[in-house]
Design a protein around this ligand. Sequence first.
Ligand code: TRP
Length: 365
Amino acid sequence: MASSILTDKIFKMKKFVLNKKLEENSMENKKRIVTGDRPTGRLHIGHYFGSLKKRVELQNSGEYEQYILIADVQALTDNFNNPEKVRKNVRELAIDYLSCGIDPEKTTIYIQSMIPEVAELTVYYSNLVTIARLQRNPTVKTEIAQKRDLFGESVTYGFLGYPVSQAADITALQGELIPVGEDQLPLIEQCREIVRKFNSIYGEVLKEPKEVLSKEKRIKGLDGNEKMGKSLGNAIYLSDSDEEISKKVMSALTDPSRIKKDDKGNPDVCMVSYYHKLFTNEADQKTVCDECRAGARGCVACKKQLIKNICDELKPIKEKRAYYETHPEIVENILQEGTKKAQESAKEVMKKVKEAMMLNYFDKN
Ligand code: TRP
């Protein structure tokens, strides 16, 4: 009898250990996602539809191990003269993530500058990239042209080199899948080139990352501009109050040839109709369009309906935001824990890199 209880116990223990191992293995088999944003301002609905929703989806699929970095070092490359702005927005960004459904139990959020290995790797990778190659990078090229006010005729070494630092972000965490918008493709390509060059000289140490392109198109601004952005003053922020949302939608671009309420309108050139596609269910959307085309509904009524739908969709996000704003210690703790986890991962990679580059002077054997 006693021995059968013992056998039973041993059997259960074995099963427990086996399950634990299976769990660990499945963790190991999960592909790692690395992505992030520069902390330079609050997030708007363009970010929400363009990247945040996708990240929450990837997180909840359970198929990946996701790391999101708050890229403060990268933000400083064009905000070096405004450290307060960067610092303030690190917390804002973390709150935006958490409010939109990023769950710290499933996704690791961390601060880039707190991973010294990223700076270290950037130095070593700098030898593997030519200045001409960086100057040819289309993303960097466009950005330098846009930042004439800041850089004048000669861009800083730090800004020109930020793709190298981004390659360090990705490889320090052994990122395999990188969900980004189209504008980031040249940066991922540059990272792959660095990885190949590193591996061909020092040995196979680094993983080549692949981009995951978000299917969502870039969200247009309230004024019809192709891009929604802070500097363009045409954005609806996730943290906007209902009054602000109402004011903004009321001023949105509508069909300019529709003057009187019963004129027949063209929803294809109307930003209100464009946002209805994002916030309104299909049946209502169709009614809105049909009535606009027939001249049966005025723009004000149409805008009011949109305002309500936007406010409804953002309500839970704003409620969560209010919670985290009044509990800063929770946000702090999430960032600290996430950063610790990322640090451990970066240390492992750094060890291998140093070995491969023969820089492991004080290692035993
Ligand atoms: N360059 C990205 C942006 O501006 C932010 C970023 C920094 C990033 N490091 C990264 C994105 C690593 C993906 C992977 O949005």
